[in-house]
Design a protein. Structure first.
Lengths: 271, 589
C-alpha cells in the first residue's frame, strides 16, 4: 500500500522539483535557442509520459492489490490496444525527432558569411588562430610543432604568414557575427565547450572538426574542456570574451601574426 | 489465437539423454564443478565481491565531489582511477557477469528443462577464466602507477599517454589484458547458453513457450557474442599501440613539447569499435533485466504477462536495432555530422519497442491480484527508474539536444538511472525471488523491506537531481567543480546531499549482503515453490535442485509459462509441466 502512495509522491516530487528548484540551464548567449526549445518540447513529452505511466502504476497497485478472494483477470493479448499504444508512441517519438533533425540540419550548415577561428587544444590549455588580412588560414601539421611554432603552422604556406596567433590566452569574438570554430588538437582528445553557447565539439589529433554559432551577448564566458584529456582535464579552462565590434578591433590590433612571432628574435642581453 | 489441446503438442523424445559427468570428490563437486548451478553461484559470488570494490570506489568519488578538498588522499590521479575502475567493474565484471554468468547459468537449464548446459566442461572453464580476468583487474591496484585512469571508455590517445594515470605504467596494460581474458571466458559461457536454449529444451518447450527470462538472457547472449569481438580487437590493437609502438589509434602527437614516434592512426576508429560493442552492451545488461522483471511481475501479480508474443518480438527487435545505433555516443566526437541524421533516427525508433515493453508490464498489473512481496516491490521500482532513465535517453539520442548535454552530469545521471539503478533493482528483486530455490530458505522480510526502501528512494534521490546539475552545464569527469563558473553555491549543497545519499544506499547493500548470508541458516524454510509459480525451476523434485536438476525423468511441457488465474482452474497457477486442459486457458500461438 505504501508503495502506491510513494509512486504518487515520486511523480509529484519530480514535477515540483523541475519547476521550483533553482537548478536550471545558464542563460543562453548564442543563436542556439532552437536547441533550448527542442529540449523544452522533449521535457513536456517525456514528462507527461513519465507521470502517466507511474500514476497508472500507482492506481493499479492500489486498486488491484491482493485481498482475500481476489482473482486476476485472464487476458493474454489485446491486439487492438497494443497497436494503438504503438501508434501513439510512434507519434510522440516523431514529434521530438522531427524538430530535432530540423535544428541539427541548421547546426551542421555553416552560413557562408561565417568568419573562421581555429582552436588548438593541448594538455591542458587553449590556443587560437585567426586568419589575417587575406581571410585565409594557412595549413598546419602537428609535425611542425616546436617551441617557436606551438600551433604547428606550415611556415612555407604564404596564407599562414599573416595569421593571428593567440597562444594560451583569451579569445575575443565580435558580437552578432556568425563564427565557424575549426577545432584541432596536437595531443589527445579535447572538447571546446562554452555552456552559454550550448554548442560543443570534440577535437581529434590528426583531424579538423568544427561547429558554428553566433554570439548574441557581450561578456566574458568560461571555456571548459568536455572530453577527458588526462588528469589536468578539469583545470583546462579558458576565456572567451564577446566584444562590441569596436572593442574587438582594438583587441585584434594588439595581437601578433605568425610571421612576427617566428621572425628571428633579437638576442637580448643577459639580465 | 487457437485453442490447442496442449497434450497433443508434445513431440516424442528424439534422442536419448546424454550421461552427465558426475563429480567424484569434494573438489570436483564444489570447486572445479561442471554443474551450471554451482558455476552460477561462483559467478555471482565473484561478481558481487568485485562489485563491492566498485561500491567503495563510488563512495570515494562521492566524497571528493560532495566535499572537495576535504580528503587529501583523493588526488586527481586517484579520482580518475576510481571512476575508471568503478565504471568498468560495474558494466563488465558485475552486471554482464552476474546476468549472463550468474542468472544465465542458474536459470537457463532449469527453465528450459535441461539437465545442465550442453558443454559443462567449457562452462567450468568460462568461470575460471572470468576469475582470472577479475584477478588481473584487481592486480592493477597494486601495480606500479596503479590502475588506469583513462575513463571506462579508455579513449586513445590519452589512455596510453603519460598525462593519464597508468597510461605509461602497468595500469592500461592490465586493464586491456583483463578485458581480453573476460571476453575469452565469456565466449565459452555464451556459446553454451545459446546452444543450450536452442538444442536442449525439453519436450514440449517450444521457443514460444519459453519464459521471458530465458528470451532476455538468450537474446542478450547472442548480442554479446556479436558485440564483444569488436571490443576484443580494439583491446588487442591498443595493446599493440602501447606495447609494440604501432599506430592503429595514434596519429602524429606532440606530448608536452615532445614529438612522439606514432603517426597516421585514427583515434575515432577506436570509438567506433568501442561503441559497436558499447551500445549493444547496454542492452546486454537491459534485456536479461527485461526478461526477469516480466516474470517477477507476472508471478507476483498472479496474472499472465500481457502481450507475450509482442514482448518476445520487442526483445528480438531491440536486440537487432541496438547494433545500428552505436554512434549516438559519438554525436560530438567529430565524426561526419551527417551521421547524426541516421543515428538519431535509429535511436528514437528503438524507443518504440522499448515503450511497448513498459506498457505491457503496467498492463500486466491492470486487473491483477498484486502481492506486494519484496520481489514485486523491486519490479515496480525498476519500472519507475527504467522509464525515467529511458525517457532521458530521448534527450541524448536526439542528436541536437545531445549537443549541450553531452559530456555533462546529465549523461552520468541518465546512464546510471537506466543501466545502473534499473538493472540492479531487477537483480535484487530476482535474488529475493530465486534465493528460496537456490538455498531452500526465504530471505529475511524485514531486512528485505529496509533494503528495498533505502535503495529505491535513495537511488532516485541521487540520480534525479543530478540531471539538473548537468543541465546547468556542469561537465562530467571533473574531480574539481569549484573552478567552473556554472556550478553555483546551491548546486554544491545539492552535490553534498547526493553524496550523503550515496553512502546511505551503499549501506543498504551491506545489509542485503548480510541478509544473503544470515538467511542461509536462519531463513524460513521455503519449500519447493513458495511463490506458486508456473515455470519449470519451481517444479523440481528437490530444493535446491540436485545435479541433473530434474530427478529421474525430465519434465514434459504442456503449456506456456503464464497460466496464472486461468478461469475455471482450481489453483491460480498451472505449472508448465501439468498435463491436461484446465478451465479456459488460451495460450497465444
Amino acid at each position: 500500500m505504501a508503495i502506491a502512495l510513494v509512486l504518487v509522491l515520486v511523480v509529484v516530487g519530480s514535477v515540483l522539483f523541475h519547476f521550483l528548484s533553482p537548478w536550471w540551464w545558464t542563460p543562453i548567449a548564442s543563436n542556439w535557442d532552437y536547441i533550448d526549445n527542442t529540449i523544452i518540447i522533449t521535457f513536456w513529452i517525456t514528462g507527461v509520459v513519465f507521470a502517466a505511466v507511474v500514476l497508472f502504476m500507482a492506481y493499479c497497485v492500489f486498486r488491484f492489490r491482493h485481498r482475500e478472494g481476489n482473482q486476476a483477470a485472464y487476458e493474454p493479448e489485446n491486439k487492438r490496444l497494443e497497436w494503438w499504444l504503438t501508434i501513439v508512441t510512434a507519434i510522440g517519438v516523431t514529434a521530438m525527432l522531427v524538430p530535432g533533425l530540423f535544428v541539427w540540419n541548421q547546426f551542421v550548415s555553416v552560413p557562408s558569411d561565417a568568419t573562421v577561428v581555429e582552436v588548438v587544444g593541448q594538455q591542458w590549455q587553449w590556443s587560437f588562430r585567426l586568419p589575417g588580412k587575406d581571410g585565409k588560414l594557412g595549413t598546419s601539421d602537428t609535425r611542425n610543432v616546436s617551441p617557436e611554432n606551438p600551433l604547428g603552422v606550415n611556415a612555407s604556406d604564404a596564407n599562414g604568414q599573416d595569421d593571428v596567433v593567440v597562444e594560451a590566452a583569451d579569445l575575443h569574438l565580435p558580437v552578432g557575427k556568425p563564427v565557424k570554430m575549426l577545432l584541432r588538437s596536437i595531443d589527445v582528445l579535447h572538447d571546446f565547450y562554452v555552456p552559454e553557447f550550448r554548442a560543443k565539439m570534440d577535437m581529434i589529433p590528426g583531424s579538423v572538426t568544427y561547429f558554428w554559432f553566433t554570439p548574441t551577448k557581450t561578456g566574458t564566458f568560461q571555456v571548459l574542456c568536455a572530453e577527458l584529456c588526462g588528469q589536468g582535464h578539469p583545470l583546462m579552462n579558458g576565456v572567451v570574451m564577446v566584444d562590441t565590434p569596436e572593442d574587438y578591433l582594438a583587441w585584434l590590433g594588439e595581437q601578433q601574426t605568425f610571421a612576427q612571432l617566428s621572425a628571428p628574435q633579437q638576442v637580448g642581453s643577459a639580465e | 489465437m487457437v485453442d490447442v489441446t496442449p497434450a497433443d503438442a508434445v513431440p516424442p523424445a528424439e534422442v536419448a539423454e546424454m550421461e552427465l559427468y558426475h563429480p567424484h570428490s569434494w573438489w570436483t563437486k564444489y570447486v572445479f564443478s561442471q554443474d551450471a548451478k554451482v558455476i552460477a553461484i561462483q559467478y555471482s559470488a565473484t561478481a558481487t565481491a568485485i562489485g563491492m570494490v566498485a561500491l567503495v570506489l563510488s563512495w570515494m568519488m562521492r566524497l571528493q565531489l560532495g566535499f572537495p578538498g576535504t580528503f587529501d588522499f583523493i588526488t586527481p590521479e586517484a579520482y580518475y582511477q576510481f571512476i575508471t575502475m568503478h565504471g568498468m567493474i560495474m558494466v563488465i565484471y558485475l552486471l554482464t557477469a552476474l546476468f549472463l554468468g550468474g542468472f544465465g547459468n542458474y536459470l537457463i537449464p532449469l527453465m528450459v528443462g535441461a539437465r545442465d548446459m550442453v558443454f559443462p566442461y567449457v562452462n567450468m572453464l568460462s568461470y575460471w577464466i572470468y576469475l582470472l580476468a577479475v584477478l588481473v583487474l584487481v592486480s592493477s591496484f597494486f601495480a606500479p602507477g596503479g590502475p588506469t585512469g583513462a575513463g571506462w571508455t579508455l579513449y586513445p590517445p590519452q589512455a596510453i599517454m603519460t598525462g593519464t594515470p597508468g597510461g605509461q605504467d602497468w595500469g592500461i596494460i592490465l586493464m586491456l589484458v583483463s578485458l581480453i581474458l573476460f571476453i575469452i571466458g565469456f565466449t565459452m559461457g555464451g556459446l553454451n547458453y545459446v546452444v543450450t536454449v536452442l538444442q536442449a529444451r525439453t519436450r514440449g518447450m517450444t521457443l514460444m513457450r519459453l519464459p521471458l527470462t530465458v528470451w532476455g538472457i538468450f537474446t542478450a547472449t547472442v548480442m554479446a557474442l556479436l558485440a564483444f569481438p569488436a571490443l576484443f580487437v580494439a583491446c588487442v590493437m591498443m595493446l599493440f599501440d602501447r606495447a609494440l609502438g604501432t599506430s592503429f589509434f595514434m596519429p602524429a602527437i606532440v606530448e608536452m613539447g615532445e614529438q612522439l614516434q606514432h603517426g597516421g592512426g585514427s583515434p575515432i576508429l577506436f570509438q567506433h569499435l568501442f561503441w559497436f560493442f558499447g551500445h549493444p552492451e547496454v542492452y546486454i545488461v537491459a534485456l536479461p533485466a527485461f526478461g526477469i522483471v516480466s516474470d517477477l511481475i507476472s508471478t507476483h501479480a498472479r496474472k499472465n504477462i500481457f502481450g507475450y508474443r509482442m514482448m518476445v518480438w520487442a526483445i528480438v527487435g531491440i536486440g537487432a536495432l541496438s547494433f545500428v545505433v552505436w554512434a549516438h555516443h559519438m554525436y560530438v566526437s567529430g565524426m561526419h555530422p551527417y551521421f547524426g541524421f541516421f543515428f538519431a533516427t535509429t535511436t528514437l525508433i528503438i524507443a518504440v519497442p522499448t515503450a511497448i515493453k513498459v506498457y505491457n508490464w503496467v498492463l500486466t498489473l491492470w486487473r491483477g491480484d498484486i502481492h506486494l512481496t519484496v520481489p514485486m516491490l523491486f519490479a515496480l521500482a525498476f519500472i519507475v527508474t527504467f522509464v525515467n532513465g529511458g525517457l532521458t535517453g530521448l534527450f541524448l539520442g536526439n542528436v541536437v539536444v545531445d549537443v549541450p548535454l553531452s559530456d555533462t552530469m546529465f549523461v552520468v545521471a541518465h546512464f546510471h538511472m537506466v543501466m545502473g539503478v534499473a538493472p540492479i533493482l531487477v537483480i535484487c528483486g530476482a535474488i529475493y525471488h530465486w534465493y528460496p530455490k537456490v538455498t531452500g530458505r526465504m530471505l529475511n522480510e524485514a531486512m528485505g523491506q529496509f533494503h528495498f526502501w533505502v535503495t529505491f528512494l535513495g537511488a532516485y534521490l541521487i540520480f534525479f537531481p543530478m540531471h539538473y546539475i548537468g543541465l546547468m552545464g556542469v561537465p562530467r569527469r571533473y574531480n574539481e567543480l569549484t573552478a567552473t563558473t556554472v556550478m553555483t553555491e546551491s548546486a554544491h549543497d545539492l552535490n553534498a546531499f547526493i553524496s550523503i545519499m550515496a553512502f546511505l544506499v551503499g549501506f543498504a547493500q551491506i545489509v542485503f549482503l548480510f541478509n544473503l548470508i544470515w538467511s542461509i541458516r536462519h531463513g524460513r524454510e521455503a519449500g519447493g515453490n513458495p511463490w506458486r509459480a508456473t515455470t519449470l525451476e519451481w517444479q523440481t523434485s528437490e530444493t535446491p535442485p540436485a545435479h541433473g536438476n530434474f530427478g529421474k525423468e525430465l519434465p514434459i511441457v504442456y503449456r506456456w509459462a503464464y497460466d496464472y488465474s486461468v478461469p475455471g482452474a482450481k489453483e491460480d497457477f498451472i505449472p508448465q509441466n501439468m498435463p491436461g486442459s484446465f478451465g479456459s486457458s488460451r495460450e497465444p500461438a
